[in-house]
Design a protein around this ligand. Structure first.
Ligand SMILES: Cc1ncc(COP(=O)(O)O)c(C=O)c1O
Length: 398
């Protein structure tokens, strides 16, 4: 077997299962999971209908490049949403459908890394673990940039050593961030684009939470938007990854896209043709319907806003919790070690949260996720409020 497989770390949820197995939760309280980032709001009915109405497409092989109509719908959505200069994001050359951002992150990394012995893939820390595994299996070494509270959970890019930029082949951004909810601003994005020119690396921005935000007047900015502002209409060195999983509550549709530099997407398409990961035609048609509608997305945000307000109101008096810039995660500082906190909360209140240390790696003597837990506000408002009340009771008992 591939020797690099041994470099893969257990997934955070495996560690969480082991942590919880050491204790027994109270039998009289129903379990509430705030640990998994799976959207729970209902999927838009018109998308499900479209899927059912096209079930006969099971009889056809889909193409890797996807239907022109889907690429057109994606290019239109992305251009509208990120104020791209008209006609610069071509449905033919700058967009590829993918089966969710997870596989896109993994596959893109395999296509992007040139396997030089000193190859680095830069990742935020804490982070979505696929960046790391994708780097290892592409023959690169992950390099972690700590996202700390004193820099609003954005890496201090100015402190990155020159030697690291020189070795960097691919830089991952996660904006809005899982788990912190922090959004990388335009100024930083532009700076990273300049660095990508100077040191010749690719910037891949995982923006799968871009449509979950709390302030309607302040939608998260994106990497292609930064390119547009720079007049970089070929999106050189830049790709973004987007998904319908969170935006449209369709994690089971496995639908997203990669968009950006045509010179990167062409070899990526070639890689994907061999990889064999084309999206079923009925899923493509359902995706066209989803990308074409914003009403359900607005309603989705309303529901999250309501939950954040309710939960923060309950927790604020006892914990250091703040509204995130975006995403559906509350990244809460814990009064005791985060793993002990999560275990104690489960043992006394039957509520599961994810210890931040499981989402990060130790670098420079720091474990940047430690001292935080991630709460995904994906359940119903009633359940989230019930969980918040129990968390408050637990904190008060410490
Ligand atoms: C940061 C981040 N990127 C990517 C994904 C993958 O999402 P999907 O494959 O459903 O688009 C997730 C899922 O939780 C995530 O948190």
């Amino acid at each position: 077997m591939n020797r690099d497989l041994s470099l893969l770390q257990p997934y955070p949820f495996e560690k969480l299962t082991a942590l919880k197995a050491e204790v027994t939760p109270p039998a009289d309280l129903e379990h509430i999971a705030l640990s998994i980032g799976e959207p729970k709001h209902p999927a838009p009915p018109f998308v499900a209908e479209c899927l059912i109405n096209n079930i006969d497409k099971l009889a056809n092989y889909p193409t890797t490049k996807g239907l022109p109509e889907l690429r057109e719908a994606i290019a239109n959505w992305c251009s509208r949403r990120f104020n791209l200069n008209e006609g610069t994001l071509s449905a033919e050359d700058n967009v590829l459908p993918v089966n969710g951002t997870r596989e896109a992150i993994f596959a893109f990394t395999q296509a992007a890394v040139n396997r030089a012995p000193d190859a680095l893939v830069i990742s935020p820390n804490p982070f979505y673990q696929i960046y790391e595994g994708a780097a290892y299996l592409a023959g690169a070494e992950p390099y972690y940039l700590n996202c700390l509270a004193d820099n609003n959970f954005i890496p201090d890019y100015d402190a990155v050593p020159e030697e690291v930029w020189q070795r960097c082949q691919l830089l991952f951004l996660c904006s809005p961030s899982n788990p912190t909810g922090a959004v990388t601003n335009l100024e930083t994005l532009k700076k990273l684009i300049e660095l990508s020119d100077k040191y010749d690396f690719i910037v891949a921005s995982d923006e799968c939470y871009s449509e979950i935000y709390l302030d309607e007047e302040n939608a998260p900015v994106g990497l292609l938007q930064a390119c547009a502002e720079l007049g970089r209409d070929d999106y050189k060195n830049c790709v973004v990854m987007h998904s319908l999983s969170k935006r449209s509550n369709l994690p089971g549709l496995r639908s997203g896209f990669v968009a950006g530099d045509a010179a990167l997407l062409k070899p990526f398409l070639s890689y994907r043709t061999y990889h064999g990961c084309s999206m079923p035609i009925q899923h493509q048609l359902a995706s066209i319907a989803a990308w074409g509608d914003e009403d359900h997305v607005l309603d989705n945000r309303d529901q999250y806003r309501h939950k954040f307000d309710a939960v923060i109101r309950i927790l604020e008096p006892v914990m250091d919790v703040q509204h995130p810039d975006a995403s559906f995660y509350l990244w809460a500082k814990t009064p005791i070690a985060d793993d002990k906190f999560a275990q104690g909360l489960f043992a006394s209140q039957n509520v599961t949260v994810l210890p931040g240390r499981y989402l990060s790696r130790e670098t420079e003597g720091k474990l940047p996720g430690a001292g935080f837990v991630r709460m995904a506000l994906v359940a119903t408002v009633e359940e989230c409020v019930e969980a918040a009340n129990r968390i408050r009771e637990y904190v008060e008992s410490l």
